[in-house]
Design a protein. Structure first.
Length: 364
């Protein structure tokens, strides 16, 4: 059973002029266009007017269908291949289809249970949960699954303050995965070495095994309910060091699985340069910071198609992406599927949307 699009979407790339063209499209043109896209999503091949006429029960002659196809091509929604008289949708055409004509299927109970079983297993670290989610969504979509997250969800192991000079402290954060992060705090010499050692010990005992998101939520309560000077000073120092000094997210976690699935697509596999471009972008990691920033502004699932895909714009690939949030509804990462332009959007969009919600519950 299919349902109309009731998911939240952002980032429609249709201009006002293009939207007016689409609104002016009559029912016959819409039907023919939808048949062309549906056929393209199945096999990626062009379809001609004769075949379309048959699909419509020959209510329209091939000549009439050709006239409609010509108008759709003039509007920028279709294009022709040099090797065929048939037509396929352009990136703009796919954008229009996704925004206005696509009906989404429901994610099956089996797929829901599959995702839950893989992601909700107890005892997994933050990184393991994200890695499993990437594998799960790749397996269920049959394309590449990707999870991106800034590196501030790691569990804390040790906190230490060191006096640098008369006006500055260094906050050292050691994490369970072995990573160490240093942050500079301006205190104008307010705290002596003895107090800093006590604060380090107190905070280590208080926040061990908690990640930054959890600490952010706890810190305000700690400050409000402080019973003595040590608790108050410690809480204010950690607030200044963790909340007011933002971590470096230029090198985020990236979990990618199912790259080989892209080679199974006949159209994509014909141009291996597309795949190389994709892998080059992944190695650089710099573009993924843009995804996190975009996810931070998103209100729901985002779809980036072909040349309109800001991350893989030279690859001819598309991406369906959704942010995931903690209990405070703060966006802390993004999960998505990367594949050819002719992705099964009706299946993958609700799949990505559901998985993002499960991840948010698990890692908080």
């Amino acid at each position: 059973m299919e349902q109309k699009n009731n998911l939240k979407f952002t980032n429609s790339l249709l201009s006002k002029r293009e939207s007016y063209k689409i609104l002016d499209m009559d029912e016959r043109s819409r039907k023919i266009f939808k048949l062309i896209v549906d056929d393209f999503l199945k096999d990626g091949k062009p379809i001609g007017s004769r075949k379309l006429s048959i699909k419509m029960g020959e209510k329209l002659s091939p000549a009439s269908v050709r006239n409609v196809m010509y108008d759709l091509q003039e509007a920028g929604l279709l294009k022709s291949n040099h090797t065929s008289s048939g037509r396929v949708p352009t990136d703009l055409g796919m954008r229009f289809f996704v925004d206005g004509l696509l009906e989404f299927g429901r994610i099956s109970k089996v797929d829901k249970e599959n995702i839950k079983q893989q992601c909700l297993t107890k005892g997994k670290s933050y990184e393991e949960v994200l890695d499993v989610a990437s594998k799960a969504i790749s397996g269920l979509s049959s394309y590449a699954g990707i999870v991106i997250a800034p590196k501030f969800q790691k569990n804390l192991k040790h906190v230490e303050f060191i006096r640098l000079n008369s006006s500055q402290l260094m906050l050292i954060l050691a994490y369970e995965n072995g990573e160490v992060e240093n942050r500079i705090i301006e205190d104008n010499g307010k705290y002596n070495s003895s107090l800093l050692i006590q604060a380090s010990n107190y905070l280590t005992s208080k926040f061990t095994n908690k990640n930054i998101s959890q600490i952010k939520r706890l810190i305000q309560t700690e400050i409000k309910n402080s019973q003595n000077e040590l608790e108050s000073i410690s809480s204010k120092l950690i607030q200044q060091g963790i909340i007011e000094t933002q971590p470096n997210s230029k090198n985020p976690y990236i979990f990618l699985h199912g790259q080989s699935n892209l080679l199974k697509d006949e159209i994509v596999s014909k141009d291996l340069d597309q795949i190389r471009n994709l892998f080059d972008e992944i190695e650089k990691k710099s573009s993924f910071v843009d995804i996190l920033e975009t996810a931070g502004k998103a209100k729901g699932v985002q779809i980036f198609i072909g040349s309109k895909n800001f991350l893989f714009k030279h690859s001819g690939l598309s991406m369906v992406m959704a942010p995931y949030k903690n209990n405070d509804q703060e966006i802390i990462g993004a999960i998505g599927v990367v594949g050819p332009t002719r992705l099964n959007y009706s299946k993958i969009v609700p799949l990505v949307d559901y998985t993002s919600k499960i991840i948010g519950k698990v890692i908080d």
